[in-house]
Design a protein around this ligand. Structure first.
Ligand code: DON
Length: 569
């Protein structure tokens, strides 16, 4: 019966021409012989290449790029936040670095509820309490120490970032625009206003110089003292002072006790490749592998991206995976996460079997949220490959654009508002319209569940591709679509990254599309199948920065959405 239906649907599809077009143009980038860095900023990509040219490997390059991003991409800079990196080190293997923030010891489950028991997003997003203990510095330094080449000193590693902070850098148009759009957030702290609002209160323009002296001094202390330059001494005291003034919960002990975790990555297979991803507390890895496995049960080769079958199947698969996310996923140190069960072939088969090829399955109407109303794009992903075969896919975030908007007075960096990634109250939604359950409730020292999905694709044990994206829940579906394009439809990565995308996540029960992703006739047919299809009103669905190793060399594929840039040598 199923096969007949499949055939019926695909025969119909073959009769429909495709009109969708690529709304973004990939820039052709030459292959490089020695190394390639793709990040959200040309200046940060340059920093990574500078370090690789000085003898560093892909890991050194990635860490230098991430520190530089903390200066030139304050929207998501890693000092006051955290992230994940999936790393391939030739001769060592695949590693997953978790430098996600943790809840302070004084955090408690009801900390964001008002007197009526309702979650207050102002508290979980815009206050000092929104900040979890930052993990970026510990994670990046561990990455460099454990998997770097050993050729790059800590001072050299941080030199480009310190230079960019102390001498200043010319604002690119995207950062100038973000700073102007978020002026209200900077009003939350004097230090943020001093640094991120122009002294004459005029709008920032592309080409304006942004100097960050306090940040340069913080980076200097990290260069001199390592993790102690951030988690102890002056920087720690400055964080504590900001917490005391603003009613935040991070203590000196919380800072001292923060440690990144080295985890075993999750692995799946798809189209003759190994897909290597983050385990929990990322939901991205499990969901990506689960969705790929469900999709494999359908004749994907015959599903063109812009025909009705693809957005339908995609939405059905995403709906099931994100419903699992809401209930089952959280920090594995606190919640029982059925990692293996969620990826077990019989489970995946059973989930996929409930997909009708002709009708949308309505998502439960529990606590539907408005994900796009609260758009923010400021997480950042970088991908680095080197000639020796090493690779890094690293995603870092403050959560919302410029995090909580609160700068640590005297230390010059923005604090995250990652506490909002917890479920403030089971069954209610967060910034991204994601529903959370008990597994992701707030507990002291717990890591909030994340959607970040840094991903490596290996073939015969060698890295073929590194990729990842910002975009909250849209990260996972963005990576999924690029992988399907590259591995099933054999589209070059640059083209796949530039192609307009769609997104669905169980709740709200909507299928979003970027302009050009779906034709009018496809949208009408999806409507007839029971899908509610809506244009994605905000800027972008994901921004995938990827890199591939091909016969001709190393190729960077920055997303044309925004100011991303590939550099190489
Ligand atoms: O870890 C997460 O899933 C979120 N804090 C990521 C936020 C993000 O990607 C912001 N950009 N839209």
């Amino acid at each position: 019966m199923k096969r007949l239906l499949v055939r019926g649907v695909f025969l119909l599809a073959a009769a429909l021409p495709s009109f969708a077009h690529a709304a973004f143009t990939p820039s052709p980038i030459p292959p490089y012989a020695h190394g390639v860095v793709v990040s959200a900023s040309p200046l940060a990509s340059d920093a990574g290449i500078e370090i690789m040219k000085a003898g560093g490997n892909a890991i050194d390059g990635a860490v230098a790029t991430a520190f530089a991003l903390a200066v030139v991409y304050p929207e998501a800079g890693a000092l006051g936040g955290g992230g994940f990196a999936v790393v391939h080190r030739e001769g060592v293997g695949d590693l997953a670095f978790d430098f996600r923030e943790v809840a302070p010891t004084a955090a408690y489950t009801a900390m964001f509820l008002d007197s009526t028991g309702t979650p207050d997003p102002k508290l979980s997003l815009e206050s000092c309490r929104a900040a979890a203990v930052p993990g970026g510095v510990d994670g990046l330094l561990r990455l460099w120490q454990q998997q770097g080449s050993g050729q790059i000193s800590r001072r050299a590693l941080l030199a480009p970032a310190i230079r960019l902070a102390r001498d200043g850098f010319r604002l690119p148009v995207d950062v100038a625009q973000d700073l102007n759009e978020h002026r209200a957030a900077f009003a939350r702290s004097e230090a943020a206003t001093r640094i991120f609002v122009r002294a004459d209160h005029a709008e920032w323009k592309a080409g304006d110089l942004l100097v960050q002296t306090d940040l340069a001094n913080t980076l200097d202390r990290i260069a001199a003292e390592g993790r102690a330059g951030f988690y102890l001494g002056q920087t720690a005291e400055l964080i504590r002072a900001t917490m005391l003034r603003g009613g935040g919960l991070i203590s000196l002990d919380d800072l001292d006790e923060y440690h990144a975790e080295l985890r075993a990555p999750l692995r799946g297979s798809f189209r003759g490749r190994e897909i290597v991803v983050m385990p929990p507390p990322s939901s991205g890895g499990i969901l990506l592998l689960q969705m790929l496995a469900m999709l494999e049960r359908f004749p994907l080769d015959r599903v063109a991206r812009d025909r009705v079958e693809w957005p339908h199947l995609f939405t059905e698969v995403a709906r099931r995976a994100y419903a699992d996310r809401a209930v089952h996923l959280g920090d594995p140190a606190f919640a029982v996460v059925p990692e293996h069960g969620l990826l077990e072939p019989r489970y995946v088969e059973a989930r996929a079997a409930s997909i009708s090829l002709t009708r949308a399955t309505p998502s439960d109407s529990v606590a539907a949220g408005d994900a796009e109303h609260y758009e923010s794009d400021q997480t950042t992903h970088l991908s680095v490959l080197d000639a020796a075969g090493n690779a890094v896919a690293l995603t870092a975030t403050l959560n919302d654009t410029f995090g909580s908007g609160i700068v640590v007075e005297g230390a010059g960096f923005l604090l995250n508002n990652e506490m909002d990634d917890f479920s403030a109250k089971p069954g209610t939604t967060n910034l991204y319209g994601l529903t959370g359950g008990q597994a992701n409730r707030i507990e002291p020292k717990k890591r909030p569940l994340s959607s970040m999905t840094p991903t490596l694709v290996l073939r015969d044990g060698k890295v073929e591709m590194a990729l990842g994206s910002p975009g909250g829940p849209r990260i996972i579906t963005s990576v999924l679509q690029v992988l399907i394009d590259c591995l099933v439809r054999e589209v070059p990565l640059g083209t796949a990254v530039a192609t307009p995308r769609i997104h669905a996540q169980w709740q709200p029960d909507l299928l979003y599309y970027e302009e050009g992703a779906l034709t009018d006739s496809t949208i009408a047919r999806l409507g007839g199948m029971g899908h509610e299809v809506v244009p994605y009103a905000n800027r972008w669905i994901g921004r995938v920065n990827g890199a591939t190793r091909e016969d001709g060399g190393l190729i960077g594929s920055p997303d044309p959405r925004g100011g991303n840039a590939a550099r190489g040598f």
